[in-house]
Design a protein around this ligand. Structure first.
Ligand code: PLP
Length: 373
């Protein structure tokens, strides 16, 4: 029996090292990684810029607590503000924690207000984030959940009909990740924006998975043309180091005061240094254009594969519906084809490779999938 709590059904493969899009297991076998630690290793494995930043910062100063500032954290906050709608940033250690911070922020802005989320959403596993994640299988064993959450269909009509003067916030992923890469239509995001403007509620975008260049723009909201009042980030931001962030815009900028929220490790200098190294690479028009182009190549290639019934893509956030048993395809891809992908549902495969993936690696992944499908 394993000493690990059985909260994950883990694959029988143990990785020992990684470089770029290649992972090597303890026996020396190489795998092509199109999962990137679930959209985390945005520059691939052991990218010299991230490794260098972490090593340099770890040797200099690893932790001081949030009773003090530290230079990498301040620089990162300034960059996130400069490159978005934000006025300030609260740091966290994960996506769920960033969402918890967002939930507290909007509740403080509108005391007793409800939070509206949509079906298909995934916002994390902590109690608040789980309460905004309307999935029976994930919620039911942990009832009662946090009160004050309402889930509606992800349609303009449902949002218009639901959001009212008792709504603190609408929380949405511009591109839903865990449901299998479902971009919310621009009119749905626009309707959420209008409903929030009409009622004084806050619009919060969860860009934990779709942010930081994943969709081919630095933030997914840029493609929809709808600007939120706050945005949560994590996953790809740290390039493999744990970091989350809540970017707070003008409307909510005066809400948090000293003592309202906090976290011992959040914004630690080593994670922040890694995130700065990630932004150095990702935040360039050429790099983002490359993400878009290589995402198209992957999506177009997937459409040609046998048994693929639908492909949804925004940059390098790609899903393919298949007529086969998707979890079994993902398992065989790993064990037989040495290709790391995952299934987000019984018929859906997800591809979130490092943003540095090459065209040749995309073609190799497609060949390996072809052999399976
Ligand atoms: C959109 C979204 N929000 C929140 C989370 C939770 O992030 P974490 O696992 O870092 O808590 C995830 C994780 O998959 C996510 O995809």
């Amino acid at each position: 029996m394993s000493a690990l709590a059985p909260t994950y059904a883990r694959y029988p493969v143990e990785f020992a090292s990684g470089s770029g899009c290649v992972l090597t297991d303890v026996e020396g076998t190489e795998y092509l990684d199109f999962l990137a630690g679930i959209a985390v290793c945005s520059l691939g494995h052991s990218h010299p810029a991230v490794v260098g930043a972490v090593q340099e910062q770890a040797a200099r100063l690893m932790h001081v607590s949030n009773l003090f500032t530290n230079a990498p954290m301040v620089r990162l906050a300034e960059r996130l503000v400069e490159r978005s709608f934000g006025r300030s940033v609260y740091f966290a250690n994960s996506g769920a924690e960033a969402n918890e911070a967002a939930l507290k922020l909007v509740r403080k802005a509108r005391p007793k207000g409800d939070v509206v989320s949509v079906h298909g959403a995934f916002h994390g596993r902590t109690f608040g984030a789980l309460s905004a994640t309307p999935q029976e299988s994930k919620q039911a064993p942990f009832a009662p959940l946090v009160p004050g959450f309402r889930a509606v269909e992800a349609t303009a009509e449902a949002l218009r009909a639901t959001v009212d003067g008792d709504t603190a916030a609408v929380l949405l992923e511009p591109v839903q990740g865990e449901s299998g890469v479902h971009p919310l239509p621009p009119e749905v995001l626009a309707a959420a924006r209008e409903a929030c403007d009409r009622t004084g509620a806050a619009l919060v975008f969860d860009e934990v998975q779709c942010g930081v260049g994943r969709t081919g723009t630095l933030w997914a909201y840029e493609q929809a043309g709808v600007v939120p009042d706050a945005m949560t980030l994590a996953k790809g931001l740290g390039g493999g180091m744990p970091i989350g962030a809540l970017v707070i815009g003008e409307k909510l900028s005066g809400v948090f005061a000293p003592g309202d929220h906090g976290s011992t490790f959040a914004g630690g200098p080593v994670s922040a240094a890694a995130a700065n190294a990630v932004l150095d690479v990702v935040d360039s028009p050429e790099f983002l254009a490359g993400v878009h182009e290589r995402g198209e190549r992957l999506a177009e290639g997937l459409k040609e594969l046998p048994g693929v019934t639908d492909v949804r893509a925004r940059g390098l956030m790609v899903a393919a519906d298949v007529s086969a048993d998707a979890p079994e395809v993902a398992r065989r891809a790993l064990l037989e084809q040495r290709l790391v992908i995952n299934a987000t549902g019984p018929a859906t495969l997800r591809f979130v490779p490092p943003l540095t993936v090459t065209e040749a690696e995309i073609d190799t992944a497609l060949e390996r999938l072809y052999a399976l499908l």
